[in-house]
Write a protein that binds this ligand. Structure first.
Ligand SMILES: *Cc1c(COP(=O)(O)O)cnc(C)c1O
Length: 339
């Protein structure tokens, strides 16, 4: 496929086979040499633990084309560190930070023609993952592993500006109190497919999960983190061992404090105290910020700022973070790695 066939303005979030991907295997107790390949199909043992026991984890990050033509990776060291924690939780070998970043850079360079142009709002999305492979049947850690990184061009999540969506509190739990909620593992996503589809059938963007122990506090918004802006201008985001520590969340915390001068609280967001918020949103790599119009709970819709308009603080946060990512706004030390 040539670039001529990519309509940058129409790009969504769909799988596209790009030119090259990085692949590396772990065998005989160590990582073997990694390589770029054109082959986008994995040939693995039918006994692979990734297929039966969910021994796998993944990451998501983006490469951005800047105004001056250079290419930015946003905080890849944080993705490397999180993947190491996910691997540790599932008894998989860790990929060292430098090797992780190097693999990402190789994949970006090899697929440079797929990076959406500066100003299009798109980016090259990178999907690193580790899976347990090799002949096996018992519930134990795999004899072999694969670490791979592939890339797809993705469009701006919101074309023509941010739009709020309504969400529904789910009756299902996404993760157990001391389970794998904080690890970016496929099992958590498998568990979220049914609640997500029920929320969509009911006309909502996605489901919101409450804390699994007491079901009284907001934890996650689909596969993104929650934040709210209180009426006295505090940025509040849930703190819990079963919340996935998002890099967008971590970055917004920093920018809210240092650039917007907001007080930041990592704490509890009680579902029966949503009145304290003037604005609310979901945050993650895919959309950066997805404003929350309203939340349905026990048959009632609680509206924050508006169901159709986006609050000013949410807009400021979005502008600041996307500016940092694309190189238009000065980044805090260490946030940008040039490819
Ligand atoms: C990946 C993910 C997020 C967002 O993390 P980012 O690093 O900001 O992309 C939030 N919640 C869940 C459950 C996730 O899997």
């Amino acid at each position: 496929m040539g670039n001529e066939s990519i309509n940058w303005d129409k790009l969504g979030f769909d799988y596209i086979k790009t030119d090259k991907r990085f692949i590396q295997t772990w065998k005989n107790g160590e990582w073997q040499a990694g390589t770029l390949t054109e082959d986008n199909v994995l040939h693995i043992s039918e006994g692979s633990t990734a297929l039966h026991y969910g021994q796998q984890c993944f990451e998501g990050l983006k490469a951005y084309r800047c105004k001056d033509g250079s290419i930015n990776l946003f905080r890849p060291d944080q993705n490397a560190a999180r993947m190491q924690r996910s691997c540790g939780r599932l008894l998989m070998p860790q990929v060292p930070t430098e090797a992780f970043i190097d693999a990402c850079k190789q994949v970006v360079r090899a697929n440079e023609r797929f990076i959406p142009p500066y100003g299009s709002g798109g980016a090259l999305y990178l999907r690193p993952f580790v899976i347990g492979t090799g002949d096996n049947i018992g519930v134990r850690t795999a004899p072999e592993f694969i670490f791979s990184v592939f890339a797809i061009p993705v469009g701006a999540y919101f074309k023509g500006g941010l739009v709020p969506h309504n969400f529904q509190i789910s009756g299902y739990d996404r993760a157990a109190p001391h389970g794998t909620g904080a690890a970016k593992v496929g099992g958590n996503y498998a568990a979220s497919l049914l609640p997500g589809s029920e929320a969509k059938k009911a006309g909502f963007a996605d489901s919101i999960y409450l804390d699994p122990a007491t079901h009284s506090k907001i934890e996650e918004v689909g596969s993104a983190n929650f934040f709210g802006i209180t009426r006295d201008n505090k940025f509040i985001t849930p703190k819990s061992p079963s919340v996935l520590p998002g890099i967008t969340r971590m970055s917004l915390i920093e920018l809210a404090k240092t650039r917007l001068g907001l007080e930041v609280v990592e704490g509890e967001v009680f579902i029966d105290q949503l009145d304290i918020f003037q604005e609310a949103g979901a945050c993650g790599t895919a959309a950066v910020i997805s404003p929350i119009g309203g939340i349905e709970y026990q048959g009632k819709l609680h509206v924050f700022y508006s169901e159709t308009e986006v609050g000013p603080i949410t807009q400021k946060l979005y502008k600041e973070l996307t500016g940092v990512q694309s190189g238009d706004v000065e980044a805090p030390e260490g946030w940008i790695v040039k490819v």
